[in-house]
Ligand binder design. Structure first.
Ligand code: SAH
Length: 472
């Protein structure tokens, strides 16, 4: 970070603006918003500034800059059209340790002025550190459109109510919950938008109980690995969570997006390492929710597809804990897409079946006969260790030995590997692979060589920040 953003209080503090043209006037306008005490110094003064002086909003010294003018000032802005004067002012201010800004000369500045979205008391400041002002402006325009006018009023009445909330709800985490609930459901904002301030205040009062403390669980599918495949809802919940219980399959990049202050608990199973038993995970979910926490249970892919999400929810129902479920992109969908394998295709496969290679010890075996018919796609989760058995069962039941197969390792991530071959070599394809691997068997796999589009090399080129793309 080249500049530290800070918001300074300028009310009744002396500021000097050197220059009397339009640019100086723009800076004065901003300083006036912050109620600064402003002196403008220039031999020529524009009408707008003269008018402000007439209304006693600013003082004017109608002459060339002299060094002593800088004394006793908090900050100085040099906005003349004379480079040597601007530079002189900057150097003098620097020597006297007074904050100085020279318009359009970042090198001479000890502070720079950001683009601003003003919804006071909410103020958003954007800066590119002088490197891309146009981009900063475009971002500002986006934010202008995004932040409704009444957001300022919302912040204002919340500020007025803070003390009251502190009186009623003593615990900080519960107060946070109170505010999140109020801001989260849109009712309060809706009333303010209609100008119904009194009703808004009433609503704040009505909600003011420790009852908001009830915890809950969100069972959230995190997708196969690429963080940009998260749903918006997943991201919102991750950013509101008090605690996140996550699986080994959830990528580090995704965990980075969790609210900074949230506790992260790994309940993942890594081969050979200690694993938190499923029953213990279920218990933890109940315990944490009962402590009033907002719990996110983050799982790889989709929780309802070989994710044991159903089992965890049954426990929550029994314990009377409130919950919601957010679907995620399952690895069959994510990995096949990133490998260029459409799971169905009019010419190659009329159906697709998801199976798991890993079953409960007493689990029923798969219907190999049905799975061996041609022109259908078979996606095997957790199949790598049973590749030999899968291969022989399908062959014995009549699936063509030349049926194309693919192993997709660490799909959708920058380390994705796609290995293709035929069914008769399936058990030999995956030697040495580590990390999650998905198996796809079926004629559609042949399309991968033609329409495969994602490789770690071209990832950079293809990844477009959706926000910036829309901006352009
Ligand atoms: N609920 C998850 C699946 C969990 S089972 C989902 O919907 O995707 C774990 C298996 O999922 C792994 O053994 C592997 O077969 C598959 N898998 C999950 N993420 C994967 C990834 N990024 N690449 C390849 N396979 C993946």
């Amino acid at each position: 970070m080249d500049y530290l953003p800070i918001f300074t209080k300028l009310e009744n503090r002396h500021c000097l603006v050197v220059g009397g043209g339009d640019i100086a006037a723009r800076k004065v306008k901003l300083l006036l918003k912050a109620n600064a005490t402003i002196t403008v110094c220039a031999p020529d003064i524009c009408d707008w500034l003269l008018e402000k002086a007439q209304h006693n909003q600013i003082s004017i010294i109608n002459e060339l800059f002299t060094d002593q003018l800088i004394d006793g000032k908090w900050l100085v802005i040099a906005a003349t059209n004379q480079d040597h004067i601007n530079e002189h002012v900057a150097k003098l201010a620097e020597k006297k340790q007074i904050l100085v800004n020279v318009v359009d000369e970042p090198k001479l500045c000890s502070f720079i002025m950001p683009s601003i979205v003003d919804r006071s008391p909410i103020v958003v400041a954007i800066s590119s550190g002088g490197s891309a002002p146009v981009l900063a402006r475009l971002i500002r325009e986006r934010l202008e459109a995004l932040l409704p006018m009444h957001i300022g009023r919302l912040a204002k009445i919340s500020g007025e109510f803070r003390h009251r909330v502190k009186q009623v709800i003593s615990k900080e985490s519960l107060r946070r919950r109170y505010w999140e609930k109020l801001f989260g459901n849109g009712d309060l904002a809706g009333l303010l938008q209609k100008g119904q301030t009194e009703k808004a205040q009433q609503l704040m009062e009505e909600n003011l109980t420790e009852e908001v403390a009830k915890g809950d669980v969100a069972l959230v599918g995190a997708g196969p690995g690429d963080p940009s495949l998260l749903t918006l809802k997943a991201l919102q919940l991750m950013q509101q969570a008090d605690v996140v219980l996550y699986d080994r399959l959830v990528s580090k990049e995704i965990l980075e997006l969790v609210r900074r202050d949230a506790d992260l608990i790994s309940v993942g199973k890594a081969a050979g390492k200690h694993e938190v038993q499923q029953s213990r995970t279920n218990e933890m979910l109940v315990e944490l929710a009962k402590q009033g926490k907002k719990v996110v249970r983050l799982k790889g892919g989709d929780s309802f597809i070989f994710g044991r999400g159903g089992e965890e929810l049954e426990e929550l129902v029994e314990a009377g804990v409130a919950f919601q479920v957010v679907p995620g992109i399952t690895s069959a969908s994510g990995c096949s897409t990133y490998a260029g394998i459409p799971l169905t295709h009019r010419d190659y496969a009329q159906s697709v079946t998801f199976v798991t290679g890993h079953r409960k010890a007493d689990g029923k075996d798969l219907d190999w006969k049905a799975l061996s018919t041609a022109h259908q796609t078979l996606v095997v989760y957790m199949g790598l260790l049973r590749a030999e058995e899968i291969e022989s069962n399908l062959l014995t039941n009549g699936r063509d030995a030349n049926t194309p197969v693919a192993l997709i390792n660490k799909g959708t991530t920058s380390q994705q590997q796609v290995i293709t071959g035929t069914l008769s070599e399936l058990s030999k394809l995956g030697g040495g692979l580590e990390g999650p691997t998905l198996m796809i068997i079926g004629e559609v796999v042949s399309l991968s060589s033609k329409i495969g589009w994602f490789t770690p090399d071209n990832q950079q080129k293809l990844s477009r920040d959706p926000f910036l793309v829309n901006l352009a």
